[in-house]
Design a protein around this ligand. Sequence first.
Ligand code: I24
Ligand code: DGL
Length: 270
Amino acid sequence: MLNPKPIGFIDSGVGGLTVAKEAMKQLPYENIIYLGDTARCPYGPRPAEQVIQFTWEMTNFLLQKDIKMLVIACNTATAVALEEIKAQLSIPVVGVILPGTRAALKSTGSQRIGIIGTQGTIKSDSYKRALKNKSPQVFVESLACPKFVPIVESNEYASSVAKKIVSETLMPLQKKRLDTLILGCTHYPLLRPVIQNVMGSGVHLIDSGAETVGEVSMLLDYFDIANGPENPQPTKEFYTTSSPQLFDAIAQGWLTNYQEKAQHAKLNSK
Ligand code: I24
Ligand code: DGL
């Protein structure tokens, strides 16, 4: 049974396009709707209550578009809102945290895993709990990196400034003898070369977003709702809560063959 309904992706802004890009690559026949709350980005420094509220507003917007599955492509939103949203929806809901922890546990030999993310993600302790829940003996070191999102968003992610900030920030992880580090934030794949350089080649980096699409693919098969080659030209819709032009500029720079025009979304705050 095919299901031509779209898969919905929500994120605090444009960072979730790293997840959407991976989805377009791994699932080329799926119809996609992406909503980024660019007007209120970043979520990382915000209190959990507020992030939960905003994530519900985005979820309700996409439910009105009749999606078949919801991907919470933002680590900060997943960390605080996934359980509650999953419990209340009747469609499958996927977050970016569990798939990354699974990949990390598979990768680690020494049982010493690091996790980096926004303040909200690290404060929630969601990654650490998920790791310990699956593998109680594993050693986990978490670190909030509040300067990383601003480096990416100021387009400096390949500069010497990035190199300096990343190496200073990751200092506390250097002596921890980690062999695996989870990139627990949508923006960090852009800093991957710099992070790899700072951590050294002995540390395996896990891109939580890329891992998530593997889980989406598995669930589409499990529920028998995947699309195949009979849908050769899947639809892509993009919504943003701020300027569609600015959104398009970033999407063009990041996605291959981005030809769409983003639309403005108005979310209902209670
Ligand atoms: N990257 C991100 N956010 C930005 C940015 C960026 N500006 C330059 N680059 N701005 O996230 C956020 C604020 N905007 C968003 C649009 O609406 C208005 C407010 C990371 C994106 C990851 C896909 C650098 C940059 C780019 C193109 C592609 C990738 C990239 F310009 F990192
Ligand atoms: N999307 C967020 C995350 O993955 C990063 C940007 C933000 O702080 O909103 O945690």
